[in-house]
Ligand binder design. Structure first.
Ligand code: ACO
Length: 379
C-alpha cells in the first residue's frame, strides 16, 4: 500500500457490503431495507422498523405481535444490574452508565451460540427491551429515587417516557418520541456501527458489541453532538447573537454543532422530519425559547457554509424535540442509543453471517533499529 491509498477516517473506502440501509447524500435520501425514511416515519412504529432492519423484511401481524410481546416480557432489569447501578456516581455521564450496563448483560447470558437462531433472537429482544429501562433507571437513581417498573400496557415509546418522567405521557408526545426512535434506528456504516461491526467480527457476544458501539456513539462528533447543540443554543442566547457567533466559529475554525455530515451534502432528511415534529410539539405544548435561535442559525450557516455542503444534520432539531418531551440534555445521546441498538443489531446479525475479522493495515511512520537505552543512561 502506498501513502496515496491512505484516506484519513476511511473516507469513501467501502469496508463492507450491506443490504440494511442506504443513504444518497447528494439528494438527501435515506432508506431502510429500500423503504424511504419518510414512509417509515409516517406509517411504521419503531418496533416494526426494528424488525424490518434486523430480520430484513416487514413482519406479518403475528411476527410483530410476538416481537412486541417478547420485548414487553424482557423489559425488567435483574436486581444485580440495579444493584450495580446504585454504585455508579450520580455525576457520571449516562452514556458511561449505559455502556457498563450493556456490557454487564453479557455476564448473565454468557453462552455464545452465534449459530443458534434462538440465541440471536433472544439477544436482540433482551437488548432492545432492557436498554430503555437502564437509561430510565439511571436517571431516577441519580436523583435518589427508585427506578419505576416498566408497564406492560404501554408501548415501547410510551413506556420509556413513563419510566423516565414517572407519569404516563400524552399520546402525541409518545407517538412523536416513537418517530424519533425510528429516525435514529439506523444509518449505514457510521462510526458506532463500524465499531459494532469490528467488535462483532471477533465473534464475541452481542452485549460486548452493543457496549462497544455505545462507547463510540458517546463522542461529540457523533451522537454526543445533540447535547452540544443545546449548549450552543444556550451560549448564543438570542437571535441577534447568531451572526456574530457563526462569524467567530468560522474565524476560529470551530465546528458548529448539529451541522455537517460525512455523507449528506444537503439537509439531512431526518432533520426535516424532526423540525416538523418539533413544530407539532410546540403547537400543542408551547414553543421553545431556543427555536427562533435555531431557525436563524440554520439560515446563517446555510448562507455561510452551504457551498461546502454544511447543512443541519439529524442532531440539530432532535435536541429541541427531546427538550419538549422533558428529556434532560445529557440523556439525548442515551436516547439515540436506545434507537440505534436496532441498527447495531442488524449489522451484528449481518456481520456474523458471513464473517471475516476486521484487520486493516497501517502505514508505519515510526523509526527502525533504535537501541534500547537503559534508564540510568537517559538524559
Ligand atoms: N461547522 C463548521 N464547518 C464545518 C462543519 C461544521 N459543523 N462541518 C464541516 N465543516 C466544514 C469543514 O471545516 C470543512 O471545511 P474546509 O474544506 O474548508 O476545511 C468542510 O466543511 C468539510 O468538512 P469535513 O471536515 O471534511 O467533514 P467530515 O466528513 O470530516 O466531518 C462531521 C463530518 C464530523 C460530522 C463534521 O461535519 C462535524 O464535526 N460536525 C459537527 C458535529 C456534529 O454535528 N456531529 C453529528 C454528525 S451526525 C451523527 O453523527 C449522528
Amino acid at each position: 500500500m502506498t501513502v496515496c491509498d491512505y484516506k484519513p477516517g476511511l473516507e469513501g473506502i467501502p469496508a463492507t457490503q450491506s443490504s440494511i440501509s442506504h443513504v444518497d447524500g447528494q439528494q438527501g435520501i435515506l432508506e431502510y431495507r429500500g423503504i424511504r425514511i419518510e414512509d417509515l416515519a409516517q406509517h411504521s412504529t419503531f418496533l416494526e422498523t426494528s424488525y424490518l432492519l434486523i430480520w430484513g423484511g416487514l413482519p406479518t401481524k403475528t411476527e410483530l405481535e410476538e416481537f412486541e410481546h417478547g420485548i414487553r416480557h424482557h423489559r425488567r432489569l435483574k436486581y444485580r444490574i440495579r444493584d450495580m447501578m446504585k454504585c455508579f456516581p450520580e455525576g457520571g455521564h449516562p452514556m458511561d452508565a449505559l455502556q457498563a450496563c450493556a456490557a454487564a448483560l453479557g455476564l448473565f447470558y454468557s453462552k455464545r451460540a452465534l449459530n443458534d437462531p434462538l440465541y440471536i433472537q433472544n439477544a436482540v429482544v433482551r437488548l432492545m427491551a432492557k436498554i430503555p429501562t437502564m437509561v430510565a433507571a439511571f436517571q431516577l437513581m441519580r436523583k435518589g429515587n427508585d427506578p419505576v417498573q416498566p408497564r406492560d400496557d404501554l408501548d415501547y415509546a410510551a413506556n420509556f417516557l413513563y419510566m423516565l418522567n414517572e407519569q404516563e405521557p400524552d399520546p402525541l408526545a409518545a407517538r412523536i418520541f416513537d418517530i424519533c426512535l425510528t429516525l435514529h434506528a439506523e444509518h449505514t456504516i457510521n462510526a458506532s456501527t463500524f465499531s459494532a461491526m469490528v467488535t462483532a467480527s471477533t465473534l464475541t457476544d452481542p452485549y460486548a458489541v452493543v457496549a462497544s458501539a455505545v462507547g463510540t456513539l458517546a463522542g461529540p462528533l457523533h451522537g454526543g453532538a445533540n447535547e452540544e447543540v443545546i449548549d450552543m443554543l444556550e451560549a448564543i442566547g438570542s437571535v441577534e447573537n447568531v451572526r456574530p457567533y457563526i462569524d467567530q466559529c468560522i474565524k476560529e475554525k470551530r465546528r458548529i454543532m448539529g451541522f455537517g455530515h460525512r455523507v449528506y451534502k444537503v439537509k439531512d432528511p431526518r432533520a426535516n422530519i424532526l423540525q416538523k415534529l418539533a413544530e407539532q410539539l410546540f403547537e400543542k405544548f408551547g414553543t421553545d425559547e431556543y427555536y427562533e435561535i435555531a431557525l436563524e442559525l440554520e439560515q446563517v450557516v446555510t448562507e455561510r457554509l452551504g457551498a461546502k455542503g454544511v447543512y443541519p444534520n439529524v442532531d440539530f432539531y432532535s435536541g429541541l424535540v427531546y427538550r419538549r418531551l422533558g428529556i434532560p440534555t445529557d440523556l439525548f445521546t442515551p436516547v439515540f442509543a436506545i434507537a440505534r441498538v436496532a441498527g447495531w443489531l442488524a449489522h451484528w446479525k449481518e456481520q456474523i453471517r458471513e464473517n471475516r475479522i476486521f484487520r486493516p493495515t497501517q502505514i508505519y511512520t515510526g523509526s527502525h533499529d533504535q537501541k534500547y537505552v537503559a534508564l540510568h543512561e537517559r538524559p
